[in-house]
Design a protein around this ligand. Structure first.
Ligand code: GDP
Ligand code: GDP
Length: 454
């Protein structure tokens, strides 16, 4: 028998509520050279490395953990990217849009020495449509004499401009107080999943066929418009009925619209992916089955897993896949996608429509797994048998045992094992595989944490 102490009970009591709440996300936006990066460095308290957008370099994080007055938040920086001079307005609007989509609140940085420019005004329009709270930072106010420069920024219609010097730190405390007041306790973009129809994030690197599949599923070809400054639209969610069931495809504006390849395009794609995942229960990740898997394919899948979403991997362009390529793809997936062996997989062709009718079953399966719960009695009976047949290896004369286990939450399933000693990673994986083998969970990541009681 295993006696739960108070702490154990606390861990189990709230189920999903125990999952640490995702901290709210703050985006820093503004046109180039206003001092965004300087401000981010000041808030984060260290020099933030700007990772070059080079193929093969994996960028895991696009947000930096920060805190002020005891509250944590995630800071998303949009500075540090060179922008093509020709497309300056469009690029600014696009980067701001991507960052804003994935944020709970926004700091707009304006150069108080320059005053209001057209680019600033464009960003304000976009921010207004986004309905996110905005705190206005009037930067480069290095001395009290310059504070009158900041007053002109009332003209942006965003309320009080906070005069700051990102370079010297002047006024940043007041700015951060205002930011905290604007940020919700928990991230709405990372946490909140409304009830109702299931929400799907359609993801994948450029040209894998997202827009073709969306058109195929929506049953109509739509015009895809190039973005130009000032015409960027809000993210659009589309309701699509499949087999009599309504699904919401989130953030489809980014799919429908052709985004130019620019420096940093990958970075903004990654932000967009994160924003979409935050709003969806299920990730539909497309790959181009006719071409070798890329780093970017793998990265998108990892983002879906990290976000704890149900996952369906769609191998598109199957009409181009011959027997030789099929075998090659299987090998690539075995080698590079071991971490998603459990994903539901559908081979289809968005171009011809072949097997697109198999999607809904895979999506239903993945979501059922995502919400599945194993009763505690059943789980412990299973683990008892497992430990009897395959005990944890003895280490330094001791044998750690799993004393008790329970599934603390769903969406995705999360298990807590109470053990008498340290459970090695290998054995933990073994337990995970056996749990999957026994209880299913096709199409969902599962999480296993261990609490050790000496
Ligand atoms: P970003 O393109 O918006 O990220 O701008 P940066 O942070 O790279 O800053 C652009 C330039 O403005 C750099 O030369 C900074 O040193 C300078 N700068 C940033 N903040 C301030 C400030 O508060 N006062 C002054 N005088 N210069 C600043
Ligand atoms: P997105 O960038 O992911 O939205 O990709 P698109 O939907 O724009 O597709 C990129 C290209 O692949 C286009 O030329 C499509 O016609 C083509 N394509 C998309 N799906 C298929 C497919 O199933 N088979 C073939 N042969 N081509 C496809």
């Amino acid at each position: 028998a295993y006696d739960l102490d108070e702490e154990d009970v606390a861990v189990l009591a709230g189920g999903a509520a125990n999952r640490p709440a995702a901290p709210p996300v703050l985006a820093v936006v503004g046109r180039p050279n206003v001092g965004k990066s300087t401000l981010v460095n000041r808030i984060v308290g260290r020099r933030v490395a700007v990772v070059q957008d080079v193929p093969g370099v994996t960028r895991d994080r696009v947000g930096y953990p920060a805190s002020w007055a005891g509250r944590d938040f995630t800071l998303v920086d949009t500075g540090g990217w060179e922008i093509d001079v020709a497309g300056i307005d469009a690029s600014v609007a696009r980067q701001a849009e991507a960052a804003v989509q994935a944020a709970d609140a926004v700091v707009l940085v304006v150069d108080a020495n320059v005053g209001i420019t057209d680019a600033d005004a464009d960003i304000v329009k976009l921010l207004r449509r986004s309905k996110r709270p905005v705190v206005l930072a009037a930067n480069k106010v290095d001395s009290p004499i310059q504070e009158s420069d900041a007053a002109v920024l009332w003209g942006l219609g965003l309320g009080e401009p906070y005069p700051i010097s990102a370079l010297h730190g002047r006024g940043t405390g007041d700015l951060l107080d205002a930011v905290l007041a604007a940020l919700p306790e928990r991230s709405a973009v990372a946490d909140a999943l409304p009830e109702g129809p299931r929400r799907v994030a359609l993801l994948g690197r450029p040209n894998v066929g997202k827009s073709s599949l969306l058109n195929r599923l929506a049953g109509s070809e739509r015009v895809v418009v190039d973005p130009t400054a000032g015409t960027t639209r809000d993210p659009v969610d589309e309701a699509i009925e499949l087999d009599g069931q309504t699904w919401i495809f989130v953030d489809t504006a980014g799919i429908r619209r052709r985004v130019h390849q620019t420096k940093g395009a990958d970075f903004y794609a990654s932000l967009r992916t994160r924003g979409a995942l935050g709003k969806a229960e299920l990730a539909l990740v497309l790959i181009d089955a006719s071409e070798p898997l890329t780093e970017q394919d793998i990265r998108v899948m990892q983002q879906a897993i990290d976000a704890g979403r149900a996952l369906v991997v769609v191998c598109n362009k199957w009409d181009l896949v011959d027997e030789h390529r099929r075998r090659e793809l299987d090998r690539e997936m075995d080698r590079d996608l071991v971490q998603v062996q459990w994903a539901e997989r559908v081979n289809l062709s968005a171009a011809t429509g072949w097997h697109t009718n198999r999607l809904t079953r895979a999506m239903d399966t993945a979501l059922d797994s995502w919400e599945a719960r194993v009763p505690t009695g059943k789980l412990n009976a299973f683990l008892g048998e497992l430990a009897a047949a395959h005990p944890h290896p003895v280490r330094s004369g001791r044998q750690p045992r799993i004393l008790f286990a329970t599934q603390a939450s769903t969406r995705p399933p999360r298990f807590v094992l109470f053990a008498s000693g340290f459970i090695e990673a290998g054995y933990r994986r073994f337990v995970e595989n056996k749990i999957r083998e026994t209880f299913g969970f096709a199409g969902t990541p599962i999480e296993i944490s261990v609490r050790v009681r000496e």
